[in-house]
Design a protein around this ligand. Sequence first.
Ligand code: BMA
Length: 826
Amino acid sequence: MRVVPLASLPWRFRDCSGSAWLPATVPGCVHTDLRRARAIPDYLRGTNEAGLQWIDGRTWEYAADIEVGADLLGEEVIELVADGLDTIATIRLNGTEVARTENMFIGYRWDVKPLLRDGHNRLSIRFDSATRYIRTERTGHRPRNINDPVGGCTIIRKEQCQFGWDWGPRYVTAGIWRDIRLEGWSGNRLAGVEVAQRHARNGTVALSLAPELARPDRESTCRWRISVGDSPVSSGVGSRIVIQRPRLWWPSGQGEQPLYRLEVDVVESDGNATGKWTRKIGLRTIALDRHRDRWGESFQFVVNGRPVFAKGANWIPADCFVAGLGRASYARDLGAAVAANMNMVRVWGGGIYESEDFFDLCDELGLLVWQDFMFACTLYPGDEPFVASSRAEAEYQVRRLRHRASLALWCGNNEIWGINAHELTDPRKARERADYYRLFHRVLPAVVRRHGRGTAYWPSSPWRGDEDTSHAAGGKRGDSHYWDVWHGRNPVKDYEKWNFRFASEFGMQSYSSSATQATFCPAKDGNIFGAAMETHQKNKGGSQVILDYVSRRYRFPKDQESLIYLSQLNQVHCIQTGVSHYRRLMPRCMGSLYWQLNDCWPVASWSSIEFTGRWRALHYAARRFYAPALVSAHVPGDEVFGINNYRSSTVRLVHLHTSYDGPRASRGVVRWDLFHLDGRVLLAGSKKVALQSMRSVRQVTLDLAQPLAQFGRETIYLRIALDVAGERVSEDTVLFTLPRFMDLPAPRTKVSVRLGAQGRAAVGFTSPVFQHRFEFDFAGHAFTCSDNFFDLYPGERRLVRVRFADGVSKAGLARSLTYRSLADSY
Ligand code: BMA
């Protein structure tokens, strides 16, 4: 096969309503090209979003000149291959129309040999306005809009969150968003190889190879070679490979992630070579196990026969412009996910089917992928062309991703049933219901069954296997989204009311750090309630909700910087409450994926990693609450506010639980120390505990009625810890009232800095008094660190390992170091 790459050509683009040609980038899109040409202001900055909405109303044309020689023209077939066109595209070669497309998620291939000339050729792709398309097509489909502020995004097969979401801007873009090339071949072309794995009881793994040829009805033979790392494993001829002592692929935390490199050459009986197919595969089985049990029906991922508690978060597109995102764009946040002890990400259905780079990283890192099909929230049309396009998209994507070691599940959509159940069960909406069932219960599962190599299909998230959307049903079966905290403004403790089998979404917003805000907003416009910051808060009333939750828990902050900090502490408190509860419920609950891991632009949102890569307090906390061995406290009582704001408390008992999901049983020691804020230890104890894999155990119950009565709940706190093999693996602080009612002592901190080689430093913090959620920063320096936003206990030095991206000096570090804890916020 002869491949002529086209992305690297000097492309140009223009506004068809009359502007001059400008240089373009492929893969790329109109917005980023306009910005590179300085034709528009920075789309991330301030309130600029509003002034850039004209772009999606125009028609854009991309063009390139292609030189073609006799070598290529000598091939029998020459195809133009486009892996992604966004979206309403008309493709012309030398002035003749090749095709029109309407689906961003399908890779296309057209025979263009008859149109190609020896020498100079001109390829042009015109992108019609997607917003105009929406207004003029499928005019009979006008569902209730959920996230798109203008409406109509479900009419088109295009990244849905481009139309605006409650964490992202509305930039409806256009362009050649993935690779484009010419492929010339003669005789036959190897399109792919379908590889089936059979794991036998005796531990061997048999692979069977089924080559897929562009001209299928011909005899062919596979020559294969398999290696792992740098070591060859075996090679041979035929369609069956038996691996005697396979090294199995495991999710992170359960074992290693060996990837076998499989190379297959397919040769036809007349000796014609059709091509080579190379993939890295993992030897593993992954099943979604739903068996009847005492609570209803399980919902758990079983990898190589072992049930695995899914720990992770939801993934949204890494950028509001997804064109051209590469490995580096993904490595940062997926690496951070694994660093926070996650083993699963859910690729949420309002974004894109992610690239090979994304899946390479998930395979290498051991991150299971719950993969939604790209349908979210609002009802979709059911006309024949729409369904056919959706089916073609599913076939393309399922075949593209089916060999991924990390691929754990195909899920039909995000929340469409959950949000629209009322309409879909209304007898007057029979057509909508029929359309919904057809797409998500027949068309998509049929594609997964046919091409998905055994990967499970689940119709929607959330879904309970029947139409019941109640929280109670989620305690029996299926997966659940829980938004009573945040959207419903319920008390945080309500997380503990429901015993979900699998929590696939729950979240709490916070503000991005000032450092991230400075990247899009000059300080003078940085007031959090001003226009620039509100442009970067996409949940209607989001700031009110943040303030509501912050004011329930913390004192009135002394400045905006402190409000941002408190918003992040509150986010930690909420998500930690949820996750610890779900982990305590194990094995009834077998998954916790909080909303959301990442951001697509700098914004106030539910993410634990800011757009700039900076970790919010939540991400440091995630590393702690997703640790393999966790100690957590369940406090059944609460602060109670009565008539006329009189306050009392029902707090008395504290249950200490261990939750353990390491692969091998272990032992540890649970410790607890009850402190007075003046530094005295009032009570201390420890207990040796057994840690069984995938088990949570209530290990200790403390009755603190006496010290609470004697000292008052505002002056004491409990430190809980879990040690394994003499090492502290988990630690937390239990407060007995809201932090705003505690008179925290004035913080005093001693700092030591030891600078090592290659930007590494060991920084020690000591405080004579308890400091809650101690945060440090080296302003102006990019760094990663072993911990942050932790508790400092009196007289105990906390050593943190810091790694700086650039060169630093000790004096420079001392100058840039800032720190604070809760008592500094008011
Ligand atoms: C969930 C998601 C998203 C949304 C988020 C926050 O339901 O599926 O649609 O961004 O809530 O509201």
